[in-house]
Ligand binder design. Structure first.
Ligand SMILES: [Fe+2]
Length: 130
């Protein structure tokens, strides 16, 4: 099952941010597939590694842009990034989340939509006006 598919309605108008978001969608689908097909824990760990690396690189990029462009909503946006990072770690270490679990993908998908549509859109708007 695909968790979600990319749609242009999620574009914030900054090429790197948009392509990173597409990668996040791909990773979410990969992770979901690993739960659907019950890959062994090691294979799922590789996907988690990728997801954590992605999140860290992508968030650093956005945060650098925010600082450079005196973004007024930086603290709330960064708080949301930290929350995501902490949740990934929490889920990753949760032994009760096993294959066939839908909880993780539901959480990640909801976070992604909410974050892009509220925080990243606001950032895109600010950058296009600066
Ligand atoms: Fe963001």
């Amino acid at each position: 099952m695909l968790v979600t598919s990319w749609s242009d309605k999620f574009k914030v108008g900054i090429d790197k941010i948009d392509s990173d978001h597409r990668n996040l969608v791909d990773l979410l689908n990969k992770l979901q597939k690993s739960y659907d097909t019950c890959l062994d824990r090691n294979e799922t760990e590789i996907i988690f590694d990728e997801l954590e690396k992605y999140a860290s690189d992508h968030f650093s990029y956005e945060e650098k842009l925010m600082i450079e462009n005196s973004y007024p909503f930086l603290s709330g946006h960064v708080r949301d990034h930290v929350y995501f990072t902490e949740m990934i770690r929490k889920w990753r270490n949760d032994e009760e989340i096993d294959c066939k679990s839908k909880k993780l993908s539901i959480f990640l998908t909801e976070w992604l939509f909410e974050h892009i549509l509220h925080h990243d859109f606001k950032l895109g708007e600010h950058l296009s006006n600066s």
